[in-house]
Design a protein around this ligand. Structure first.
Ligand code: ATP
Length: 432
């Protein structure tokens, strides 16, 4: 096992900002702490990861129904789910410097030389706001701290309208909000982030098997996405760290530059949530099993991952520095073709019109099927470096010979090998 690399953290944050992946939010006003905006490449990367997540849920053996639920739900939802009373972290304050932080996270380095801490108080992590023009106790609502509850409160809607049969899943992707006491480590822990969650409904007797199925499937997904296998591990929760709703949980953890951190949790939630919503709403949320004419509340396996945390893990995992023969170092993101923000860069050797025309033609040929970009600024060497640094797997160079032989040079990011390909064969070439 390689040691985590603390320097890497700084490098990734710098490249992310300089190359258009992630910017500090409100940066022209000095930035808002721990809030981030995704730039053109970060947005593409996030969308590609999310697309691959949805694609992985299309399987022939089980049905997963997509939903897109509201960020603001009735406060009754959070009352029933236990978030109003339970969704808190233990907060301590230093009496000397007034810093506040989570008492279950060790401070490194300490907040000040005295570090004189109060005893922990529970701090609810949900963001409060109000709906409507009058602010009173009835107008109070919360921004969702997870996408999962939006699924549970739609269980009956999906069951009925889709005529769903057990086992089946409902999946949701979107923003969640937590007023984290100690946000930080770039986009690892932010107050506004994106989750990708599946609630998989099954019979109680099959729950353990389905938990194993999802744990294996989700771990494989991260590996196929391009995360380093040796930087991923499974960690079952100890009984005393289980969330109030969970019967058992296994985390998929990634070795971040500061150590192991959660990427996704796979929890057996039993029928906790459906039971709670059935009791509080008075609505029948049972599943009717026509095979034996019985009604029951299904068990739930929940793979709950972080989309924005995955973006960070992917940047960390695919970042490479290579020593070139001329003594220079090139930096690159070795991202898979599927996930790279730009898949093919088209580079004219010079800015002459006749080369630009060919670039535009190639772009129209490829851009309907691939993510492309025409890059004209700076020397060809510098453009290759920039494309390496944003993870582009292939560069096409159009030169003056292209005018006569209808061929272009295709450069592979990882091997830096170049081959001459006929323009008409490019689509076929990249499809392979
Ligand atoms: P942690 O222990 O790191 O606070 P958690 O156990 O509270 O995380 P879950 O409630 O299981 O997290 O949420 C599922 C996933 O959502 C996490 O695995 C993580 O990827 C993501 N996530 C949770 N909180 C944040 C956050 N503040 N910023 C970014 N991603 C988050």
């Amino acid at each position: 096992m390689e040691k985590p690399d603390k320097e890497l953290f700084e490098k990734i944050v710098k490249i992310a900002q300089n190359r258009g992946f992630v910017f500090n939010a409100s940066s022209i006003y000095g930035g808002l702490r721990s809030s981030y905006d995704y730039g053109p490449l970060g947005k593409l990367l996030k969308d590609n990861i999310s697309k691959l997540w949805w694609e992985s849920l299309k399987t022939s053996d089980i049905r997963i129904y997509p939903v897109d639920t509201a960020i603001i739900q009735s406060t009754d939802v959070w009352r029933a789910s236990g978030h109003l009373s339970e969704f808190s972290d233990p907060m301590v304050e230093c009496k000397n410097c007034n810093s506040r932080f989570r008492s279950d996270i060790v401070l490194d380095p300490p907040c000040c030389d005295q570090q004189d801490l109060t005893s922990p108080k529970n701090f609810n992590l949900m963001f409060e706001t109000n709906i409507g023009p009058v602010k009173n106790e009835n107008s109070q609502v919360f921004l969702r701290p997870e996408t999962a509850q939006g699924i549970f409160v739609n269980f009956e809607n999906v069951l009925r309208t889709m005529r769903a049969k057990l086992p089946f899943g409902i999946a949701n992707i979107g923003k969640s909000f937590r007023n984290e006491i100690t946000p930080g480590q770039f986009i690892f822990r932010t107050r506004e982030f994106e989750q990708m969650e599946i609630e998989f409904f099954c019979k109680e007797e099959d729950a353990a098997e389905w938990k194993q199925y999802w744990t294996d499937k989700r771990l494989d997904w991260y590996i196929n996405l391009g995360l380093r296998k040796d930087f991923l591990r499974l960690r079952p929760h100890e009984p005393d760290e289980l969330a109030h709703y969970a019967k058992s949980t296994t985390d998929i953890e990634y070795l971040y530059p500061w150590g192991w951190g959660e990427l996704e949790g796979i929890a057996d939630r039993g029928n906790y949530d459906l039971m709670a919503h059935q009791e509080k709403s008075g609505k029948d949320l049972t599943y009717f099993d026509s095979k034996d004419n019985t009604k029951h509340l299904p068990s739930v396996i929940e793979p709950a991952g972080g989309l924005t945390r995955t973006v960070f893990a992917l940047l960390l995992s695919t970042y490479k520095e290579e020593q070139l023969e001329n003594g220079e170092t090139r930096t690159l993101f070795k991202m898979n073709f599927d996930v790279a923000p730009i898949q093919i860069a088209i580079l004219p050797l010079s800015k002459k019109d006749e080369l630009i025309i060919i670039c535009n033609q190639i772009n129209s040929l490829l851009s309907t099927q691939f993510r492309t970009e025409i890059d004209v600024t700076q020397s060809i060497g510098k453009r290759y470096r920039r494309q390496d640094e944003i993870g582009t797997p292939s560069c096409i160079t159009v030169d003056f010979e292209s005018l006569s032989d209808n061929c272009v040079t295709v450069r592979n990011r990882d091997t830096m090998e170049q081959e001459r390909i006929e323009i008409n064969s490019l689509v076929k070439y990249f499809k392979n």
